[in-house]
Design a protein around this ligand. Structure first.
Ligand code: Y12
Ligand code: CO
Length: 174
């Protein structure tokens, strides 16, 4: 399965993803194809909608202290639902669908998430720190929400201007 990352302002990113009902080889092929594209792009999280599949599927591989991202640390979440949220934390976020842009975003510090694994088994995970932030960022993607949607009006306007300029430069040099 050949996948490419959908970039803002593509409207696909605004789509709400659908619940996964079948835990079959089609789902496994999608998950298996998402992993290399995330790693090749130096990502730590990727939602299926970012590769144009509107399914409630996300993957995460949070770097260890030495920056390594061993395959064993890969987390696959299907149909995730955040059931508990508390505290707040601010982190400079980036997104593979919004290249070259990073911004401080405030989210919940602690969360509990219910999800299914690739075989449909139900799981519960309590998360804090970077994992909690990454899960919230990716679950937002499943609802058509990007981290730039959380910016203030003036910061968003500044972003749009800077992003358009970057896109023009990219086009010129390609
Ligand atoms: C904290 C904040 C955000 C997340 C969501 C997952 N985000 C990413 O995985 C972002 C990756 C990313 C990688 C980039 O590539 C390099 O750094 C080489 C990048 O750079 C460019 O676009 C030039 C931007 C974003 C999880 C946790
Ligand atoms: Co993202």
């Amino acid at each position: 399965m050949k996948l490419t990352i959908v970039e803002y302002p593509n409207k696909k990113l605004k789509e709400k993803s659908l619940r996964v009902e079948k835990f079959d080889s089609e789902l496994h092929d999608l998950l298996d194809a998402m992993y290399p594209i995330m790693m090749e792009s130096n990502g730590i999280g990727l939602a299926a909608i970012q590769v144009a599949h509107a399914k409630q599927v996300l993957i995460l591989n949070i770097p260890e202290e030495d920056g390594e991202q061993p395959y064993e640390n890969l987390l696959e979440m299907i149909n995730p639902v955040i059931t508990h949220k508390s505290g707040t934390t601010t982190y400079q976020e980036g997104c593979l669908s919004v290249p070259q842009f990073y911004e401080d975003i405030t989210r919940y510090e602690n969360i509990t998430v219910n999800y299914q694994d690739r075989d449909g088994n139900t799981k519960t995970l309590e998360a804090d720190g970077l994992l909690s932030i990454a899960i919230q960022h990716e679950v937002d993607h499943l609802n058509g929400i990007l981290f730039i949607d959380k910016l203030s009006y003036s910061r968003r306007k500044k972003f749009e201007k800077e992003y358009k300029k970057l896109q023009k430069e990219k086009k010129r040099s390609s």
